[in-house]
Design a protein around this ligand. Structure first.
Ligand code: HEM
Length: 398
């Protein structure tokens, strides 16, 4: 008897619509229930919503390629051609090697004390005010200051950089209005980085100088210099900003949890990691299949666009018990909030260092964090986070 081919799971959900971005979790759950791979009719694109398949796709760059594939739109993929994020080995490895030493544990160990001091100073200054905006005054300030400094950018770069970095992520989504509005800013981002980080403008010991030297030595093509710098500028800011903002929000909404962290400060790192799982700042990136694939019975053709949904994978009830609950006593280190495989976040050590410094300083200095108004959600095609989080803190009187 011939079996009749069944049609693959498909969904009309628009993961990039405002309503879904505000609360994507019901849509993710539905997609996970529909199957291991679901065709999204809104964008002629597949999505992998379950943890197991997202992680194995991340570990299989031969069949899930990043080359001209990380963005949904092909014109954006053209702009990113040959960048570290949008290339496969061996090209990818050459690009990634350029700053590997600067982000290695030994280099980070040298930065630790300075970053802790900087975080403590900033936290002291906002805590003194009693009520402040934990996103605008804290989360947005710190990573930008740290990364701008490491790259070799001037101190006043923040106001220019934030909207440009936001655009850098928006253009990675499908060409909806948000991505279209971001396109001109994305062009500006490239021009800004090319000028501000030109070889004559940067400190000789900074990251940008190291990238220029790699270009001069011929380790990478001259045309790849600015693309590589843009990748680090974009990747190093919004992700960490939102990771810190999201964790402070969890503290503000759960006073008991904050007290638990105060009592056992080692929990700061766990709370941050659990937040990366629960509210992943980078919700997903695209790939393209290089051959026909069978994903647990669902057939994907070669050259199919596939969204690897980190946000959904990190809430997969097949992987995590009580997946929708914040539980800092689990050890969620195998979450995919930092990705996995050859493209696993190049800055994860730095991100952890920064977050632990800021959150640690907050936990040391204040005895409570409470909401002081409604948080404002920021809508971005890739990034999940807040644009404003008013809080009131009580200074620790020890
Ligand atoms: C909590 C903060 C952060 C999160 C959640 C995060 C998340 C991610 C994710 C999910 C990827 C994988 C992309 C993919 O698979 O296509 C990635 C890659 C990357 N991240 Fe991060 N990131 C963070 C902080 C940083 C920082 C601080 C830097 C650098 C200063 C950085 C630099 C990069 C770079 C360069 C890549 C591309 C790596 C490659 O393609 O080989 N990230 N990040």
């Amino acid at each position: 008897m011939r079996s009749t081919p069944t049609s693959p799971p498909s969904s009309a959900v628009d993961l990039f619509a405002d309503d879904t971005l505000i609360d994507p979790y019901p849509a993710y759950r539905e997609l996970r229930e529909q199957g291991p791979a679901v065709f999204m009719t809104a964008y002629d694109t597949w999505v992998l919503p379950r943890y197991e398949h997202v992680r194995s796709a991340l570990g299989d760059h031969r069949r899930f390629s990043s080359e001209r594939a990380v963005a949904h739109d092909d014109s954006v993929n053209d702009l990113m051609e040959d960048s570290v994020l949008a290339s496969d080995p061996p090209q990818h490895d050459r690009l990634r090697a350029v700053l590997a030493e600067k982000l290695a544990p030994r280099a980070l160990a040298d930065l630790r004390a300075g970053i802790a001091e900087q975080a403590d100073r900033l936290v002291a200054s906002v805590v003194e005010r009693g009520t402040f905006d934990a996103v605008r005054d804290l989360a947005e300030v710190f990573p930008v200051t740290v990364v701008a400094d490491l790259l070799g950018l001037p101190e006043d770069a923040r106001d220019t950089l934030l909207p440009l970095a936001d655009a850098g992520f928006n253009v990675l989504g499908p060409m909806n209005q948000r991505a279209r509005d971001a396109l001109p800013l994305n062009g500006e981002l490239f021009r800004y980085v090319a000028t501000a980080l030109a070889s004559g403008n940067v400190r000789p010991d900074g990251w940008a100088a190291a990238v220029h030297r790699a270009g001069e030595r011929g380790d990478i093509e001259p045309a790849q210099v600015v693309r590589l710098l843009v990748a680090y500028v974009v990747a190093g800011m919004d992700t960490t900003i939102n990771a810190i903002g999201n964790t402070v929000e969890v503290f503000a909404r759960n006073p008991g949890l904050f007290q638990e962290v105060r009592a056992e400060r080692a929990l700061v790192a766990r709370a941050f990691e659990e937040c990366l799982r629960l509210e992943s700042p980078a919700q997903g990136f695209f790939r393209v299949t290089t051959e026909d694939l069978d994903i647990d019975g669902v057939r994907l053709p070669a050259r199919a666009k596939v969204l690897l949904s980190f946000g959904s994978a990190n809430r997969d009830e097949r992987k995590w018990e009580r997946a929708d609950e914040f539980d800092m006593h689990r050890t969620p280190l195998d979450h995919v909030g930092f990705g996995y495989g050859v493209h696993v976040c190049a800055g994860l050590g730095l991100a952890r260092l920064e977050a632990r410094a800021v959150l640690g300083a907050l936990v040391r200095r204040v005895s409570s964090v409470e909401p002081a108004g409604e948080p404002v959600r920021r809508l971005n095609n890739v990034i999940r986070g807040l644009s404003s989080l008013p809080v009131t803190v009580r200074e620790h009187s020890a």
